[in-house]
Design a protein around this ligand. Sequence first.
Ligand code: SF4
Ligand code: SF4
Length: 460
Amino acid sequence: MTEPAEEIQAQETPEQDDRPVDLKKIQSILSSNSGARMRSWLDICARCGLCADSCFFYLANDKDPKLSPAYKVKSTVGEMYKRKGRVDRKFLREAYEVLWGQCTMCRRCSMFCPFGIDMAAMIGVGRAVCTSQGILPAGLAKAVENIRETGNQMAVSQEDWLETCEWMAEEYGEEIAGLTIPVDKKGVKYMFTVNPREPAFYPQDVGMMAQILHVAEESWTVPSTGWDSTNLAMFAANKEMAAYPVKLMYDKALELGVEQILVTECGHAYRSAAFEGPYFLGLPGGKPPLPVKHSVQLFWEYIVRDGRIKIDPEKKVTVPVTVQDPCNQSRSAGLSQMLRELSQALCADFRDMNPNREFNHCCGGGGGFIPMGAEFKKRRMISGKIKAEQIKATGAKIIIVPCHNCFDQITDLNKEYELGLKVVSFKELICESMIIPEKFIPKEEDEEPASQPGDDGGEE
Ligand code: SF4
Ligand code: SF4
């Protein structure tokens, strides 16, 4: 297994506040991260304020001018450049509050800036500077350490991952005859990768995905290693560590000779695997070594484009339903039309939020906010007010949320704002309403199915 490049730096404690910062490192980060482009953005910002109303932090907090995107960037990253990196630890502690606690890097503000200034990219540079000095949220620091030690952000052991697959194959195979969860099968079409939350807390997600892939008679496997497509090191702005899980995933896919990497219903995992990963690894052309597909794209192909999976019209959802546009799917990856066509294929009364698609508001749980934990929960709930209001206005009783981080945030908002919603994934609705072909309906005499560790390729 490839070793990660550097040790994780623990978050500082207050007693360590007077440690000198590593100026050389800070200056190197400021100049190496497209320094010229950053300085040019800072110079051309006309302070016009057009970006302010686009930011949910600003809107949810009585339009506090200090929460306007331009101010947040200017007071943190702008100061870092202005002082040529000569900032102290106290300054970085204050910047930490803004860089992680007041921006989810959702990129909505950039859609409204007449100069297309990419605030999220600049916030990312600020985060990288803080992280380089050990100043980052404890939840992210822990996740990064887990990645370094185990290759996945929740430190799920390989044994637990494989046992989850075996268990889910048995459990979900009771409803679908012949269902298996192949492990390390070589030469198949898809290598299915997940969010570690699935083996850790939501094993049913793995079971439901197996049902869908089996009914579609897909050629697929799960990998025994490199199965975590999420990337919390990306939100810690630790580029070296962000490269590590991506490398594990790409290497495994190449070793197995699969055609494509399939990513679970998670927004930032797709962004990392399809778009950011190649840059973390310095791959030529900025392209992954093989195509990467999000589950929503696959579901859309199965149900909307090809009819490979048929939905029982009698089982279509009849209550009002809306869909969440995860920023990393709709704004950054262009999947918003698929989200709608899929929703309409599954639901008779689909209702869009307003604004929507690439103009959606962030749920308030992105950019690493959810794993940042309790320290940030209160502000997560306050700033999530905009999303809660958007959802409420649709009158929906069900919300489809094809992203793990959005799922947690909207589940919390559902309680906080008493929205009375059922929060579901696409795979949950598909499993409830797809027509199971006769040959997959279990007969009395059918044996219990099982996963197949070592199938074809063997296990590492
Ligand atoms: S990236 Fe999103 S959260 Fe950050 S300042 Fe812009 S709109 Fe606000
Ligand atoms: S919209 Fe663009 S130019 Fe205007 S204040 Fe915001 S970042 Fe600056």
